[in-house]
Write a protein that binds this ligand. Sequence first.
Ligand SMILES: Cc1cc2nc3c(=O)[nH]c(=O)nc-3n(C[C@H](O)[C@H](O)[C@H](O)COP(=O)(O)O)c2cc1C
Length: 201
Amino acid sequence: MKEVLILYYSHTGAVREMARLVARGVEGVPGCAARVRTVPRVFPAGHALAPAAGSPEPDAGPPPAELKDLEECIGIALGSPTRFGNMAAPMKHFWDSSGELWLKGRLAGKPAAVFTSTATLHGGQETTLVSMMLPLLHHGMIIVGIPNTEPDLTTTASGGTPYGASHHGGGAGGRPITEPERKLCIVLGRRLAEIALKLAG
Ligand SMILES: Cc1cc2nc3c(=O)[nH]c(=O)nc-3n(C[C@H](O)[C@H](O)[C@H](O)COP(=O)(O)O)c2cc1C
């Protein structure tokens, strides 16, 4: 069984829910299993190391990712909430620690996909998705998006983009994941797993 890594950060649970759906898409591909991991929070200097309510601390959710997870899996789906139109700092912090793998080209040629959640519909879903692609491209990874052959991509009135899966969560996360958003998360996971299996031979 080959594994695809679902690596996410989530503070209030929206991206965690998306990660479950992307994992479901991966698991739907025969021969593929999802390895779900999160990244720990980061704290400004002087802040107490206390978990915030709803945050996915390692003991409350999937284990924290290690660099070997990136190496061992045949593909990676990366998820983060939008923070000022960008990926969240904990996710960036994790990738900033991956220089050793980058120098050795360990991830080059593997496929990767991205997903995000925002409070507002036009609050930076696409810029966040692209921001997550940048370290992946530097690592030599092959970006997998969502093609227009997926009907939900053109009819959705909520999230869902060609760049990756997205969710419009509303203020205080008041909007549940819509049916098109749900389906496109699963589609993304499935497509990533299918391509990863082909590339892995
Ligand atoms: C510091 C900070 C910055 C944010 N920046 C944006 C933003 O630029 N655009 C937006 O629509 N939402 C923004 N949000 C809202 C989150 O992206 C949104 O609530 C997301 O659904 C949270 O995902 P989570 O439940 O997985 O943590 C921001 C939230 C925080 C705390």
